[in-house]
Design a protein around this ligand. Structure first.
Ligand code: NDP
Length: 326
């Protein structure tokens, strides 16, 4: 028997409760895992509270991220005792996820945990950190060098944005961070490596097709009019990595930045990112994140506290990361 957070649906409402389950109730998969840690993402918050249509079938164990140890495996790539990390692939949405003491998963979805990281550190990184790394890699792959100029990060105090600021600074880029919470988080963003902080309001004014060129690169987690403004201000040959829609999924822009300034807009997805790229990104995260990153605000909670934290994250009341100890 093992403990799990289980989501059920009653009268179209999502009910979350702790249950004892048996291993043979777990869904099919090649690898059985003892979960050490999971983490709470905004998407998990939507799933657990039922505020977003995330869960595709009930009952569901939520948790889009997990880190743990292999108990048994029918796949040659993994043996009992191996430490692994999982993010994405629809786990916690269509396949039982990380908020349980045990999980059974497809070997294809797993990544060996980098040697210098423990499960808790991996979950402080989680989907948000992996996505940030993929965005930063997109800027590097586009050939934007630190000497080319400033890199802008929008939604900078969020999970993705704060790791993107950290990674870019570690790579020697000059980082400008856009936030709606300067008072609350400005100092923290500077500690992470931002050299200047910009009020979000400046990016919410409607963009002209082309504005003064300011940014050599950008990581955008916000979308909508903020991304349109960023595009209009990109340097000639600049590159934007776009991964999020915190401000909306529309994009009120024109072709002008693309056809007159050679600007590139690279979409970034972490959920179905192929294994090789995923593994490389985890290795880079292990190398680049400084010890201070792991000392930042992080709350460790028990499974019983998750429903309350889920409600808080959907209300924007969480600062830093929440990791769940199983
Ligand atoms: P968070 O909620 O942690 O952060 C989002 C940040 O965006 C907030 O902290 C805030 O930053 C800013 N923000 C919030 N609302 C608005 C708004 N209305 N207008 C402008 N800015 C706003 O989310 P994550 O960092 O985890 O994720 C960021 C985005 O990336 C989300 O849309 C998420 O769905 C997406 N995502 C995509 C992935 C992918 O694979 N493509 C994977 C993971 C996440 P501040 O207070 O500093 O202004």
């Amino acid at each position: 028997m093992f403990k799990a957070l289980v989501l059920d649906q009653e009268d179209k409402k999502t009910i979350a409760g702790i249950r004892q389950l048996e291993t043979d109730q777990l869904p099919e998969g090649d690898v059985l895992i003892d979960v050490d840690y999971s983490s709470l993402n905004y998407k998990d918050g939507l799933a657990i509270t039922g505020k977003g249509r995330i869960v595709r079938q009930f009952p569901m164990v939520p948790g889009i991220d997990l880190a743990g140890k292999v108990v048994e495996s029918t796949d040659d790539r993994y043996q009992a005792g191996d430490n692994v990390v999982l993010t994405g692939w629809g786990v916690g949405e269509g396949h039982w996820g990380g908020m349980a003491e045990k999980a059974r998963l497809k070997a294809d979805w797993l990544v060996p945990l980098p040697k210098k990281l423990d499960g808790k550190q991996a979950m402080m990184i989680g989907t948000a950190g992996l996505t940030a790394m993929l965005c930063v890699q997109a800027i590097v792959d586009a050939g934007v060098k630190p000497e080319a100029g400033e890199i802008l990060v929008t939604g900078a105090s969020g999970g993705v944005g704060s790791v993107a600021v950290t990674l870019l600074a570690q790579l020697g880029y000059q980082v400008a961070a856009v936030t709606g919470r300067i008072e609350e988080n400005g100092e923290l963003l500077k500690q992470l490596g931002a050299s200047r902080i910009i009020e979000r309001g400046e990016f919410e004014e409607p963009a002209r097709p082309l504005e003064k060129q300011v940014w050599a690169g950008a990581v955008d987690t916000v979308g909508s009019k903020v991304l349109a403004k960023v595009l209009a201000q990109m340097d000639y040959n600049g590159a934007v990595a776009a991964c999020g829609l915190a401000g909306g999924f529309d994009l009120p822009t024109t072709v002008m930045p693309f056809i007159l300034r050679n600007v590139r807009l690279q979409g970034v997805d972490s959920v179905s990112c192929p294994f090789e790229k995923r593994q490389q990104a985890w290795q880079r995260l292990e190398e680049l994140l400084p010890a201070s990153f792991y000392q930042q605000a992080c709350r460790e909670v028990a499974l019983e506290e998750v429903p309350e934290c889920a409600e808080a994250i959907t209300r924007g009341q969480i600062t830093g990361r929440v990791v769940i100890k199983l």
